[in-house]
Design a protein around this ligand. Structure first.
Ligand code: AMP
Length: 400
């Protein structure tokens, strides 16, 4: 954040899309806390902060009369907690770029904070509308984007607005800067050997990631439900495990490509199989390519854990996206837990580890290991797309 903030009004795009309980108490404030360093820095430097964010999908959940459910989707619910976290009052504008936002922005003094109403109260936000974005830009002198989780969307507040500020008047915030720096550690000249661990339910969600990884990792570990499409592609019997029949050819191609490129592609040798998709199903361990009819693989087995662990421990850079099994059920969380522990141990030995872009973030957090890996991304879909090599519109707009 190389900008001079003194006496400047700074429009900061944050991601305050937090979950609430029925009484609008925030149930997880991680996203708000993640934005605090940027906000506090601007205030300390003598600027004022105009915050904007989306919250939920208000236009997809209209009231029966077709109007917006303001009570459910207003960002005003955030004000008390944000004020507490900042230790100062936060003002609120009843609209995003209308009369109230304009008047309150104009009156804002250095050191003060204003939160604008939900950017998604109009379809102009997701359409990336230029006039709407220009009105946002007119509220402030500088623009800071700290919403990495929204950087893959070409919306008005994440992308279009940036075109109204030249390079000397816009910057990434600390959170977003950190996400990019850490992802680039894996993507640009990583210390080798580099291992990518890819898991989760479906091959189809991760095709681009797998194709990209094959091109530059030393080891590719594939676990989770998606592994069974690969096992079947090699002629294995997978019972009623998850499979995507239309991705069998792709799986074969990837296996072939890995061979040609000398990539060490690891699939789970064995699995914990169950006779039903349930936490209390009957379970047993068997080879992943000999799963009996009527049984399904819901976690990687002990031999797979050993192989994967050894590969992780031999690596100097590790990227992890997606769980190794149905970790939400205790009976099938063991594989993901062991891999999380191995990633933490490799990190302790000096490897760089990035967990991001899927449910593995939830898994690592749930297992209390988030502090033991090098970086846990807040980025979700945005991180996945960044790792896939796509140029994110929210990042591109800051460089133009
Ligand atoms: P993703 O969002 O792509 O990281 O996928 C995460 C989901 O994949 C989680 O909800 C897991 O329960 C699910 N998953 C992982 N392994 C399996 C499996 N072997 N069978 C079915 N679902 C799985």
């Amino acid at each position: 954040m190389n900008l001079q903030f003194k006496d400047k009004k700074v429009l900061v795009r944050v991601d305050f899309n937090v979950p609430f309980d029925a009484d609008f108490n925030i149930t997880d404030d991680t996203r708000i806390r993640s934005a605090l360093p940027t906000i506090k820095h601007i205030l300390k430097e003598g600027g004022s902060v105009i915050l904007m964010s989306h919250l939920g999908r208000p236009l997809k959940k209209l009231l029966p009369d077709g109007s917006i459910d303001v009570q459910k989707h207003t960002l005003e619910h955030i004000v008390p907690h944000l004020s507490d976290l900042l230790g100062q009052p936060v003002q609120f504008a009843q609209d995003t770029v209308g009369d109230d936002a304009q008047a309150k922005s104009a009156a804002l003094k250095p050191g003060q904070v204003l939160l604008l109403e939900n950017t998604r109260f109009t379809k102009k936000e997701e359409a990336g509308d230029a006039k709407f974005a220009k009105k946002m830009a007119d509220l402030a002198d500088l623009y800071v984007n700290d919403a990495f989780g929204s950087a893959h969307r070409a919306h008005a507040s994440t992308t279009t607005v940036a075109q109204y500020f030249d390079k000397d008047h816009k910057s990434f915030g600390f959170l977003m800067e950190n996400e990019i720096i850490n992802a680039d550690k894996v993507l640009n000249n990583p210390t080798r050997p580099l291992a990518a661990i890819v898991g989760g339910a479906k091959v189809s969600d991760k095709i681009l990631l797998l194709e990209r990884m094959i091109d530059f990792v030393d080891t590719l570990i594939i676990g989770g439900g998606m592994a069974y499409t690969f096992v079947k592609a090699q002629g294995g019997e997978i019972g009623k495990s998850l499979v995507e029949e239309d991705k069998l050819d792709l799986a074969r191609d990837l296996i072939e490509k890995a061979k040609n490129k000398g990539v060490n592609l690891l699939l789970p040798i064995d699995s914990i199989v169950a006779d039903a998709f349930a936490g209390d199903a009957n379970t047993k361990v068997c080879s992943s390519n000999a799963i009996p009819e009527g049984w399904m693989g819901l976690d990687i087995g002990p031999k797979a854990v050993d192989t994967f662990k050894n590969a992780v421990m031999d690596s100097r850079s590790i990227l992890w996206n997606g769980p190794m099994g149905v970790f939400e059920m205790e009976a099938f969380a063991g594989g993901t837990k062991s891999i999380a522990e191995a990633v933490a141990a490799a990190t302790e030995q000096g490897a760089f580890s990035l967990v991001g872009g899927g449910d593995s973030v939830a898994a690592v957090t749930q297992m209390g290991l988030a502090g033991k890996v090098s970086f846990v991304s807040t980025g979700g879909g945005a991180m996945l797309e960044y790792l896939e090599g796509k140029e994110l519109p929210g990042i591109k707009a800051m460089k133009e």
